[in-house]
Every structure is written in C-alpha cells, then in structure tokens.
Write a protein that binds this ligand. Structure first.
Ligand code: FES
Length: 621
C-alpha cells in the first residue's frame, strides 16, 4: 500500500516536498533543504522557528507560549510545534531565515613538499608469450619494481585487469594509494589525479579540489551545513541524533549529500570527471567528524565527554556514500578531545604553532570557541561554550553574515553610521556588527562596564541627543537601542540591539576571554609573553580587532600582534591531502596537545564572571 503524503509548498521560493501525515513543519523544512532558525533543534523551547500558514490544515500545540496574540492572529506559528494535516502552503518570514552566509574559503598557504597518498604511474609491460608466462598482475607488479608479497588490490579491479591491459596494448595507468592498487586505467591518464579537502564546520562546509600532481588548487565550493536545520550547535545535534528515530542516519546523510553536491560543483568548475578524484580528506570538530563517519557522538555530550574516536581514520569513501572514484579513500583528521577536534589540529598544523619558539594563542570562533595556546615545547587546548551568538543566533535581530546584515557600526560626532553586507537595506545584524555595535555604544557611554544598557535618564550628560533618542523601552524586548530605524530597513521594523543581546554577547565573549586567561595561567604566561594571537575562521577573519578589544572579546594587547589566518582548518585539510608525512605530524599534535576541561576548574566561575565585564579603557591601540 502506498503511504499517504501531503504536498508542502514553501513560499516565496515555491519549494515543494511531500511528507507523511504528522510530520512537523520544522521537519519538512529540513526535507526541503530550507534552513530556518531553530536554536533548540526543533525541541520546541526556543521560540525561534516562526512560520506563517498561508493555507492548509495543521495541528499546533504551545506556540502561544512564545508568540503574542497579535502575532498568532497574523498566522505565525512555531514550525516545530505544528504538525501538517493536509496539503499546505507555508510562508517563511525574512526574520526566521538563516541566510546563506559569506563563507570564508581562503586560508594561509604553505610551501609543501608534494607527497600525496595517491600516485599514478604509466607503464608498458611485456606482452606474454610461451617463454614468459607471468600472470598479468605479476607483469604490472614487476614493472613497478615491487616484490613479494604481492599488491593489495580490490578483486573487481583485478577482474578487469586482463581486458584493460590488452585494450591498451599492454600500456596502462596504475593508480596506487600507498601500497594498494586502486585502479587500472586504459592509456596514459597520469595527468588526471585529483583529491578533495573538506572543512566540515558546524555551520558551513567548504570543499577544495586539488591537483595531486602539482599541488594546485583548482576549485573551491562552499555551502551552509544542512544539519543546521536540526540544531545550530553541536549539543542540539547530538540530542537530535539520539532522540529521533533515524536521527543519526539523517544527520550523516545530510552532511554526505552536502559533500557530494560540493564535489559535483568542484568537478564542474574544473571540467573534470569525479571518477578521477581518488581521495578526500576532512577536518571538523569532534562531533562533525563523528557525524561524517556515522559514529554516534552521544557520549561526547555526557560526563566525562568521551568520543568514539580520537585518532585519524582511513576508510573507503564509498562506504560513507561519498561519490568519488569507487576505490577512493576518505581520511578524517584525528581529534584532540570531545570538544576539540581535527579542525584545531588543522589550525595548529597550518599556523605551525607546534614548531614556534614564541608563545602563540589561536582562536577559532565558530559555533564553538576552540582555543589553543603554546609553542613547540607545550600546547594546551580547551573549548568554550561560546554559543552561536557571533553567528547571529540568539540575538534578537541576529542573522548570518549575508546580504543585508549590519556588519559595521560607527558612531561619529553627529550620526550613527551602519554598513550592511552587499550595501543592501538592513535586515538584521551579524557577528561583526554585533561586536561593533556594542563596542561603539560602550565607548559612547551608553553601555556601562557591567553591560547595562542605560536608560535615557541614566546617561552621562555628554551623550548627544542623536544617540540618546535611540534608547527605547520596547513592549516586548524591554531596554533596547535602535540601530537602524524602521524606515531604513528592508523589513519595515526597527532593528534593535537589546539588553538581552548584550547579555548573550557577554556570555559568549566572557567564555572566550576566560579560556584565554586560564590557558595563560596554566602556562604561567602573562599578556606580554604572547607573541601573536591568531584568529581563524570566518568570524575571526572579518572582526575589527580594535572593536573586539573594546568589546572585551580579545585581550588588550597591541593590535599588530593580532593576526588573521583565514580558514586555517581548510588549509590544514589541504596540507594532509598533499603531503602524507603531515598525517604523522597531525597524529603527534593530537597525542601531545593537552586538553583541559575548563568547567571543572575550581577557578573557572570566577574568571568567567570577571571576563564578562567590558573594559574601562584600552592601553594599546
Ligand atoms: S522552538 Fe522550534 S526550533 Fe526551537
């Protein structure tokens, strides 16, 4: 019997999916590949997944806890609390969308001695004769100068060997992955030897197509991680994997299909066939690595936070569903601990912190904040629950860094200037805009050291009127500052920076600064011992360093010591693809980097509380 399905159409793009009765709208958005806000991952407790029903039947429970009567009257409901009961048309308001963001694909480039795992050799073997009755495989193996024991070779590659050899008149291209023959190709195809490196971020996935013969990057392609529909941080995804039927399979399938789309795009850009891609390397945080491999990350989220796997792993890409050459391999970087993964190893590898005599501090501020400090003698890492505030989540008008996002705020003598991405009309505020807005309001005396947004009557006398009149008491959001008035925004609503947003930012920046302070303490270092702060990842790369210091996200050290290293995780994934020796280095980093669990330290709460304050003034420019 064919199961009944309802047609669900999402406006305004008209995307259509067919779902089983009882499916929630939130689940349907995931199936349609539409990414909406959903901070709690569809559990029904955050109130962020707002949608409008245009027509159709549904059953909803508990949306009223998060929405006002007025909002409910306009047809707004929570997607995860609403089940579909007929064919239905749903509108997703601008404010509920997570826009495709500007994705950082560039990272530090290193000179490498090329030594990929995969090499291709063109050979011509002797024709068999009565005088020379060596087998076909012996003939190939002898030509490659290999002795006993014979090669490892998939049996169906072996089955095709006789015809391939004869079709090419005994000339053939042999594809070797270390000591395994993974392909026999007719004619000379040595020049077609490619690999793909992936940085699997919690929010974004970036793939690079590399020529394994020359080390050149041929194409780059990026997408929002489709798992975002199931929760915007690793904890909600782990919960999703363990509280939903087929949860783990769904998350695994989503990341694999995203990678496959990226692989197709890379191949199209470079005009190559995906069958000539022989290896994929991946890096990501420990949870992303687990979901990529379809390993249950359940115990990463439970005391004492242990994953299934720390070391690197090599598997056939096909076993995971990755569409490259059918015998191609997938190599996943090792991890350091449950909350510090291969992406941090990639940052260390690419920045060469592990070889530096000077003390360095690297931060990758993504959905989680991963921090590492040290030099060639000792490296210590930790992760902070910075939360996704800097990616726009949990911020009232927050959004990712895409068109219409306020990315810069400047208060001059006479006005408040904002810049948006793409110079579009403002829709919301992204991480850099948030830092800027708070830093500027702090400098103007509108936010005090404790993070309180002062009322008009509490402001110092020298705060000018054009700033003063932007402070309001909003019906729903209470104390707020109008960053952009309604008549200048795309949504026709004021874009506000609220007291709650400032508190969210304090929690996020406080966690990162506390991590910095404690790592310094463990290494017996002071601010002046830090030779460099390395900012990795998309957010770090667009941040204004001086503003980040005013916001108390970065310590007050000379600004020239703060360097951007771009997508260092992606750079690390490329490095291990092109130079196999670096896989050993990655392993050593994984084993030798000390991990500390910040929350278990007795002094953490005090240091964290101190780190939430904003600075009084800065010593260094
Ligand atoms: S309330 Fe629906 S995703 Fe959180």
């Amino acid at each position: 019997m064919v199961e009944k399905r309802y047609k669900v159409v999402f406006e305004p793009e008209g995307k259509t999916v067919y779902v089983l009765p009882g499916t929630t709208i939130y689940e349907a958005t995931g199936e349609a590949g539409i990414i909406i806000k959903g901070e709690c991952g569809g559990v029904g407790v955050c109130g962020s997944c707002r949608v409008k029903i245009v027509r159709g039947e549904y059953e909803q429970k508990g949306s009223d806890k998060f929405l006002t009567d007025k909002e409910m009257k306009t047809g707004l409901l929570l997607a995860c609390r609403t089940k579909i009961k007929s064919d239905i048309v749903i509108e997703i308001p601008i404010s509920s969308r997570l826009y495709e963001q500007k994705i950082l694909t560039e990272g530090i480039e290193k000179e490498l001695k090329l030594s990929p795992n995969v090499r291709k050799v063109f050979i011509t073997v002797d024709e068999p004769s009565l005088e020379d009755q060596r087998s076909d495989l012996d003939r190939v193996w002898d030509k490659l100068g290999q002795g006993c024991p014979g090669p490892r070779i998939p049996v169906d590659v072996l089955r095709r060997l006789p015809e391939k050899l004869r079709k090419g008149e005994y000339s053939t291209t042999v594809v070797l992955n270390e000591d395994e023959v993974i392909g026999i190709e007719t004619g000379n195809k040595v020049d077609r030897n490619y690999g793909a490196a992936f940085d699997i971020g919690t929010t974004t996935v970036v793939g690079y197509l590399m020529d394994l013969n020359t080390g050149k990057q041929l194409a780059v392609s990026a997408q929002t991680n489709p798992q975002t529909s199931y929760g915007d941080d690793v904890i909600t995804r782990i919960q999703y994997a363990n509280t939903n039927k087929d949860g783990l399979e769904t998350l695994h399938e989503r990341i694999i299909s995203c990678m496959n789309d990226i692989i197709v795009d890379l191949a199209n850009q470079a005009h190559i066939n995906t069958k000539f891609i022989y290896e994929v390397t991946t890096t990501g945080n420990t949870t992303m690595n687990h979901l990529f491999l379809s390993l249950n990350p359940k115990y990463i989220a439970l005391h004492p936070y242990v994953g299934v796997l720390r070391s690197n792993i090599d598997v056939r890409a096909r076993e995971l569903g990755v569409h490259i050459n059918r015998y191609g391999k997938a190599y996943s970087m090792p991890n350091i601990a449950g909350f510090v993964g291969g992406d941090t190893i990639a940052v260390i590898l690419a920045s060469e912190m592990h070889k530096s005599k000077d003390l360095k501090f690297a931060i990758d501020i993504g959905t989680n904040g991963e921090l590492v400090m040290g030099n060639r003698d000792r490296l210590v890492a930790c992760s902070t629950a910075a939360g996704p505030a800097f990616e726009g989540a949990r911020i009232t008008y927050g959004m990712r860094a895409s068109d219409g996002a306020i990315e810069k705020v400047l208060i001059t003598d006479s006005e408040i200037e904002v810049n948006t991405i793409g110079n579009a009309k403002a829709i919301g505020i992204c991480g850099t805009g948030l830092i800027d807005g708070i830093a500027e309001l702090r400098k103007a005396g509108v936010i005090n050291k404790n993070g309180k947004l002062l009322k008009q009557e509490e402001l110092p006398d020298d705060v000018p009127d054009f700033i003063r009149k932007r402070i309001i008491q909003h019906d729903k959001f209470n104390a707020s500052f109008i960053l952009v008035p309604a008549d200048e925004t795309k949504t026709g609503e004021d874009i506000l920076l609220t007291q709650k947003d400032i508190r969210e930012t304090q929690l996020a920046k406080g966690a990162i600064l506390a991590g910095y302070q404690l790592l310094k303490q463990i290494l017996g270092a002071s601010d002046t011992d830090i030779a460099q702060i390395l900012l990795a990842g998309a957010f770090g790369n667009y941040i204004r360093r001086h503003q980040a210091k005013w916001c108390g996200l970065l310590p007050d050290i000379p600004t020239e010591k703060i360097k951007f290293i771009g997508n260092a995780a992606g750079a690390g994934a490329k490095m291990v693809l092109l130079a196999k020796e670096l896989r050993k280095e990655a392993c050593d980093i994984s084993l030798n980097t000390e991990y500390i669990e910040l929350a278990t330290r007795k002094d953490f709460q005090n240091v964290f509380a101190d780190s939430m304050f904003f600075p009084e003034k800065l010593k260094y420019n």
